[in-house]
Design a protein around this ligand. Structure first.
Ligand code: ADP
Length: 169
Protein backbone atom coordinates (compact mmCIF):
# COMPACT_ATOMS: atom_id res chain seq x y z
CA UNK A 1 0.00 0.00 0.00
CA UNK A 2 1.68 3.20 -1.17
CA UNK A 3 0.57 6.34 0.59
CA UNK A 4 1.77 9.77 -0.47
CA UNK A 5 1.28 13.35 0.64
CA UNK A 6 1.10 16.32 -1.73
CA UNK A 7 1.75 19.48 0.28
CA UNK A 8 1.21 23.08 -0.79
CA UNK A 9 -0.55 26.35 -0.18
CA UNK A 10 -3.09 25.85 -2.99
CA UNK A 11 -4.19 29.50 -2.83
CA UNK A 12 -6.17 28.56 -4.92
CA UNK A 13 -5.85 25.09 -6.49
CA UNK A 14 -5.11 25.46 -10.24
CA UNK A 15 -5.37 23.13 -13.23
CA UNK A 16 -1.58 22.70 -12.85
CA UNK A 17 -2.06 21.31 -9.33
CA UNK A 18 -4.97 19.18 -10.50
CA UNK A 19 -2.87 17.70 -13.27
CA UNK A 20 -0.26 16.63 -10.70
CA UNK A 21 -2.99 15.32 -8.36
CA UNK A 22 -4.59 13.20 -11.11
CA UNK A 23 -1.29 11.75 -12.28
CA UNK A 24 -0.05 11.05 -8.75
CA UNK A 25 -3.37 9.45 -7.77
CA UNK A 26 -2.85 6.94 -10.57
CA UNK A 27 0.48 5.68 -9.25
CA UNK A 28 -0.19 5.62 -5.50
CA UNK A 29 -2.90 3.84 -3.53
CA UNK A 30 -3.76 6.84 -1.40
CA UNK A 31 -2.96 10.50 -1.95
CA UNK A 32 -3.37 12.95 0.90
CA UNK A 33 -3.30 16.57 -0.15
CA UNK A 34 -1.86 18.68 2.66
CA UNK A 35 -3.04 22.27 2.72
CA UNK A 36 -0.54 24.37 4.55
CA UNK A 37 -1.48 26.59 7.45
CA UNK A 38 1.12 29.14 6.47
CA UNK A 39 2.02 31.71 9.05
CA UNK A 40 4.69 33.39 6.91
CA UNK A 41 2.55 33.86 3.78
CA UNK A 42 -0.78 35.63 3.94
CA UNK A 43 -3.25 33.82 1.76
CA UNK A 44 -6.11 35.27 -0.30
CA UNK A 45 -8.40 32.34 0.47
CA UNK A 46 -8.84 31.08 4.02
CA UNK A 47 -7.63 27.62 4.93
CA UNK A 48 -11.21 26.33 4.96
CA UNK A 49 -11.90 27.81 1.53
CA UNK A 50 -8.71 26.29 0.08
CA UNK A 51 -9.59 22.86 1.51
CA UNK A 52 -13.17 23.07 0.25
CA UNK A 53 -12.11 24.01 -3.29
CA UNK A 54 -9.74 21.03 -3.48
CA UNK A 55 -12.43 18.71 -2.13
CA UNK A 56 -14.82 19.93 -4.81
CA UNK A 57 -12.40 19.54 -7.72
CA UNK A 58 -11.17 16.09 -6.61
CA UNK A 59 -14.56 14.58 -5.72
CA UNK A 60 -14.29 12.11 -8.62
CA UNK A 61 -11.00 10.72 -7.29
CA UNK A 62 -11.80 8.08 -4.64
CA UNK A 63 -8.23 7.65 -3.37
CA UNK A 64 -7.62 11.36 -2.75
CA UNK A 65 -8.18 13.01 0.63
CA UNK A 66 -7.61 16.59 1.74
CA UNK A 67 -6.22 17.62 5.11
CA UNK A 68 -4.90 20.77 6.72
CA UNK A 69 -1.44 20.74 8.20
CA UNK A 70 0.96 22.92 10.05
CA UNK A 71 4.72 22.60 10.41
CA UNK A 72 7.09 20.37 8.51
CA UNK A 73 5.93 18.23 5.61
CA UNK A 74 7.94 15.23 6.86
CA UNK A 75 5.97 15.28 10.11
CA UNK A 76 2.71 15.52 8.20
CA UNK A 77 3.85 12.53 6.12
CA UNK A 78 4.77 10.55 9.25
CA UNK A 79 1.46 11.32 10.96
CA UNK A 80 -0.27 9.88 7.91
CA UNK A 81 2.10 6.93 7.61
CA UNK A 82 3.19 8.10 4.18
CA UNK A 83 6.73 7.53 2.93
CA UNK A 84 6.39 9.61 -0.17
CA UNK A 85 6.08 13.36 -0.78
CA UNK A 86 4.75 14.46 -4.15
CA UNK A 87 5.82 17.79 -5.66
CA UNK A 88 5.30 19.38 -9.04
CA UNK A 89 8.10 20.87 -11.10
CA UNK A 90 7.35 23.70 -13.46
CA UNK A 91 9.91 25.75 -15.38
CA UNK A 92 13.55 25.79 -14.27
CA UNK A 93 12.85 28.29 -11.50
CA UNK A 94 11.23 25.61 -9.30
CA UNK A 95 14.21 23.32 -9.54
CA UNK A 96 16.70 24.84 -7.10
CA UNK A 97 14.09 25.50 -4.42
CA UNK A 98 12.49 22.08 -4.75
CA UNK A 99 15.89 20.32 -4.67
CA UNK A 100 16.79 22.18 -1.49
CA UNK A 101 13.57 21.18 0.24
CA UNK A 102 13.78 17.58 -0.96
CA UNK A 103 17.40 17.19 0.20
CA UNK A 104 16.64 18.74 3.58
CA UNK A 105 13.60 16.54 4.07
CA UNK A 106 15.61 13.48 3.18
CA UNK A 107 18.31 14.40 5.72
CA UNK A 108 15.68 14.85 8.43
CA UNK A 109 13.67 11.79 7.46
CA UNK A 110 15.68 9.26 5.41
CA UNK A 111 12.68 6.92 5.29
CA UNK A 112 10.69 9.49 3.30
CA UNK A 113 11.35 10.19 -0.38
CA UNK A 114 10.22 12.99 -2.66
CA UNK A 115 8.77 12.18 -6.05
CA UNK A 116 8.57 14.90 -8.71
CA UNK A 117 6.08 15.16 -11.50
CA UNK A 118 7.05 17.49 -14.29
CA UNK A 119 4.23 19.77 -15.24
CA UNK A 120 2.28 19.29 -18.43
CA UNK A 121 3.44 21.92 -20.93
CA UNK A 122 0.21 23.89 -20.98
CA UNK A 123 0.53 24.54 -17.25
CA UNK A 124 4.28 25.15 -17.15
CA UNK A 125 3.91 28.84 -16.35
CA UNK A 126 0.74 28.64 -14.31
CA UNK A 127 0.82 29.62 -10.66
CA UNK A 128 -1.74 30.53 -8.01
CA UNK A 129 -0.17 34.00 -7.88
CA UNK A 130 -0.73 34.57 -11.62
CA UNK A 131 -4.34 33.34 -11.32
CA UNK A 132 -5.03 35.79 -8.46
CA UNK A 133 -3.47 38.62 -10.46
CA UNK A 134 -5.55 37.91 -13.58
CA UNK A 135 -8.72 37.47 -11.48
CA UNK A 136 -8.10 40.74 -9.65
CA UNK A 137 -8.36 42.60 -12.95
CA UNK A 138 -11.55 40.74 -13.81
CA UNK A 139 -10.05 38.82 -16.74
CA UNK A 140 -11.07 35.32 -17.75
CA UNK A 141 -9.42 32.53 -15.71
CA UNK A 142 -11.33 29.56 -17.16
CA UNK A 143 -8.14 28.21 -18.76
CA UNK A 144 -6.40 28.14 -15.39
CA UNK A 145 -8.86 26.83 -12.80
CA UNK A 146 -11.96 24.68 -12.37
CA UNK A 147 -15.43 26.38 -12.33
CA UNK A 148 -15.71 25.80 -8.55
CA UNK A 149 -12.68 28.03 -8.06
CA UNK A 150 -14.27 30.78 -10.17
CA UNK A 151 -17.33 30.58 -7.90
CA UNK A 152 -15.07 30.98 -4.87
CA UNK A 153 -13.38 34.01 -6.46
CA UNK A 154 -16.76 35.56 -7.16
CA UNK A 155 -17.86 35.16 -3.54
CA UNK A 156 -14.70 36.97 -2.45
CA UNK A 157 -14.94 39.57 -5.20
CA UNK A 158 -18.47 40.44 -4.13
CA UNK A 159 -17.29 41.15 -0.60
CA UNK A 160 -14.27 43.11 -1.85
CA UNK A 161 -16.21 45.06 -4.47
CA UNK A 162 -14.21 43.56 -7.36
CA UNK A 163 -15.46 42.59 -10.81
CA UNK A 164 -17.53 39.40 -11.22
CA UNK A 165 -15.72 36.76 -13.27
CA UNK A 166 -17.47 35.02 -16.13
CA UNK A 167 -17.44 31.27 -16.51
CA UNK A 168 -16.61 31.19 -20.22
CA UNK A 169 -16.20 27.88 -21.98
P1 ADP B 1 3.96 26.05 -2.17
O1 ADP B 1 3.53 27.27 -1.43
O2 ADP B 1 4.36 24.90 -1.33
O3 ADP B 1 4.92 26.31 -3.32
P2 ADP B 1 1.92 25.73 -4.14
O4 ADP B 1 0.47 25.60 -3.86
O5 ADP B 1 2.35 26.98 -4.87
O6 ADP B 1 2.59 25.54 -2.78
O7 ADP B 1 2.43 24.48 -4.97
C1 ADP B 1 2.37 23.17 -4.46
C2 ADP B 1 3.14 22.25 -5.38
O8 ADP B 1 2.53 22.24 -6.67
C3 ADP B 1 4.59 22.61 -5.62
O9 ADP B 1 5.32 21.41 -5.74
C4 ADP B 1 4.57 23.35 -6.92
O10 ADP B 1 5.82 23.26 -7.59
C5 ADP B 1 3.50 22.57 -7.65
N1 ADP B 1 2.86 23.35 -8.70
C6 ADP B 1 2.33 24.58 -8.61
N2 ADP B 1 1.83 24.99 -9.79
C7 ADP B 1 2.07 23.99 -10.66
C8 ADP B 1 1.84 23.81 -12.06
N3 ADP B 1 1.28 24.76 -12.79
N4 ADP B 1 2.20 22.63 -12.61
C9 ADP B 1 2.79 21.69 -11.87
N5 ADP B 1 3.07 21.80 -10.56
C10 ADP B 1 2.72 22.94 -9.96
Amino acid sequence: MIKAVYPGSFDPVTLGHLDIIRRAAKVVDELIIGVLVNSAKTSFFTLEERVEMIEQVTKDLPNVRVKKFEGMTVNFARENEAHLIIRGLRAVTDFEYEMQIAQTNHMIAPDIDTMFFTTSLEYAFLSSTIVKEVAYYGEDITKFVMPEVIDAFNKKHEVLGLKKLEKLG
